[in-house]
Each structure stands twice: as structure tokens, then as C-alpha cells.
Design a protein around this ligand. Sequence first.
Ligand SMILES: [Cu+2]
Length: 115
Amino acid sequence: MWSCGGDESSPTAPSSSTNPVMINIVGSAGNQAFNPNPVQAASGTPLVWKNNTTDLHRIVMDNGPVIGDIAPGASSAPMQLGAGGNYHCTNHPSMVGSINGATAPTPPPGSGDGY
Ligand SMILES: [Cu+2]
């Protein structure tokens, strides 16, 4: 449920007209919970996570920046994350993904939900 009016199409992009790169959340376990994974995005390209599952996910970069809580069916705000890096979900520790990595990360051992 949205708390305020539907103006999601209003342009808020800064100087460039770079379209965001979408990362779909398609599961709640493992490195195949994200698609594509790894995602390829040029430095400075905004990234948007879209939650296609029925679970709440909290996406956090491994090096600190918090993408935020993403409700089922919702999308994150566009995030510019420099050159990229790995990220994970704090609600589901086996959910791991990469921006601009060569391969998808390996879920940490003992992180529960295998797939
Ligand atoms: Cu999650």
C-alpha cells in the first residue's frame, strides 16, 4: 500500500538520462534469488531492486550502504553505487548478489535456506 499519491513517473533523475538497471528479486534463498546475478552496470548507473516475491527483503551492500527494505511487489529507490560490489539480504542471509562481479557470490556456509 502506498502512503502517498501515485507519482512514480515523475522525473527525478539528475543531469543524465541514464535509465536505471533493474535487479529482480525472484526468490528468498541463495544466489539465484536475484536476476540477473551478477548484474552489469556502468559506474554511476542507478540500480533498482524489484521484489517479485511475497517476502520482505532488506538489501544491504557488503561494504555498508543500505538499499533498504523492499516490500513484496515494491521496488527500491534508484541507487547509484559507484563501481558496484556484492550485496546481501539481512532477512535471508543466503541471499547474495553481485554488481559487476565476474560470477555470482557463494552464499555463506550455514546460512540456512539452501536451494
Ligand atoms: Cu530476503
